[in-house]
Each structure stands twice: as C-alpha cells, then as structure tokens.
Design a protein around this ligand. Structure first.
Ligand code: AMP
Length: 210
C-alpha cells in the first residue's frame, strides 16, 4: 500500500488536533500540525517564533511564505505518509502544497459556529503531554490537571473570547473557500464534528480505509 497523504480541514475547535493524534497513532503517519510547530517555535523564542507570535496572539494567520517554508521539508521527509492538521489554511497554501506533494484525501470536520465558540472557550491543553481537554463537555476530575498524565492544564492565549471571534472570521473568509477548492478536485470528504469524538474518529478511519 502506498503511504497515505491526507489533510484535516475544519474550523478552530472542530477537533482536528484531537482526531489527528488518534489517527496518526493508529495508522503510523507523521502528524504535521502547523499550529503545534508554531507554538513550539514561539516557546523556543526562535526568529520564526517571534515573527509568528504577533499574528497568533491576534488570531490572524501567519503569512503564507513563512508557513510554506516551515512545512515543506517536513512533508518531503515524511516518507511513511502524513496527516496535515491546520495546513493548508489559504488557497495560496493549497497551491503551494500541490507543488510539494499530492494529497489522497481531505477530510472536512464540520461544526456550526455557535458550537465552535462553546468549545473553544472551555478548551484546556496539558502543558506536559499536549492532551486536549474540554471543561464543559468532557471535564477531567480535577479541572486544573490532565486526565492522562496529571500535568498542568492551561488555556491557549488564542482561546480567549476576543481572539476566538477573530479566528472564526478568518476561518470563514480565508480557509472555508478550501472546501470548494478540494471538492472541485474530487478530494473532499465531510464528517459531522458535532458527534461524539469516538464516532467522528470511526467515520474518519472509514474514509481513510476507502
Ligand atoms: P491552530 O493550532 O491550528 O489553531 O493554529 C494556531 C494559530 O497558528 C492560528 O490561529 C494561526 O495564527 C497560526 N497558524 C497555524 N497554522 C497556520 C497556517 N497553515 N497558516 C497560517 N497561520 C497558521
């Protein structure tokens, strides 16, 4: 079987990160999350981290050339197949991606805007292992500690209400056009992200098996 090359699309908070972690574990793919890579660059205080941070704290997209440069090598090196999470986010990024690799499928996790807002305001991430929690929908026993490793839970800077609004607007205007882009290319498969997380996972696995 040739390696799988897939991308997850969907609004912030649709569950891309949570699903991606399970999918790559099951399928042995490389997880390429541009958001995670950027947060790491910010934490390490690299030049790219500094350039990216000013956009990220406002809920804006980091400029296309920086993102494409950052992801290109990682895609080229992922010979065992990859799952893109949070990339591409603009039509220009999708066009640049076509020059780097051919995708087999793009999975669009759908979620209505009200649900996006509900989920993001109560999202907390483990500082130690990165596990994503939700204080409202699937709360850990202790709201300050990770259910998997006991690490400290924190709220991402860009999960604060004002920034969330901006991220949703950016998604609608700049990223949602990719739905039509990939539908036209016969690559799009949509999944209802409002279902329980396990159901979403099984549907995605069915799509990837097909
Ligand atoms: P995420 O974790 O995917 O929600 O990404 C967090 C933030 O990182 C976004 O709000 C953007 O500021 C930035 N970012 C992540 N991926 C991209 C991308 N493909 N293009 C531009 N900015 C991105």
């Amino acid at each position: 079987m040739p390696p799988t090359r897939a991308a997850l699309l969907g609004p912030p908070g649709a569950g891309k990160g949570t699903q991606a972690k399970r999918i790559v574990e099951k399928m042995g793919l490389v997880h390429l999350s541009t958001g995670d890579i950027l947060r790491e660059e910010v934490a390490r205080e690299t030049k790219l981290g500094h350039q990216a941070e000013e956009h990220m704290v406002r809920g804006e997209l980091v400029p296309d050339p920086l993102i494409v440069d950052m992801i290109r090598k990682r895609i080229e090196q992922a010979c065992e197949g990859f799952l893109l999470d949070g990339f591409p986010r603009t039509v220009r990024q999708a066009e640049a991606l076509e020059e780097i690799a051919r995708l087999d499928v793009v999975i669009n996790i759908e979620l209505p805007r009200e649900e996006v807002l509900n989920r993001l305001t109560s999202r907390r991430v483990c500082r130690n292992c990165g596990k994503i929690h939700n204080l409202r929908f699937n709360p850990p026993a202790d709201p300050t500690r990770c259910s998997a490793c006991g690490g400290e839970l924190y709220q991402r800077d860009d999960d604060r209400p004002f920034v969330i609004e901006n991220r949703c607007t950016v998604y609608q205007q700049t990223t949602a056009p990719l739905i039509a882009y990939y539908r036209e290319r016969g690559l799009l498969q949509s999944v209802d992200g409002a279902q329980p997380s396990d159901r979403v996972f099984h549907q995605i696995m069915t799509v990837l098996a097909g």
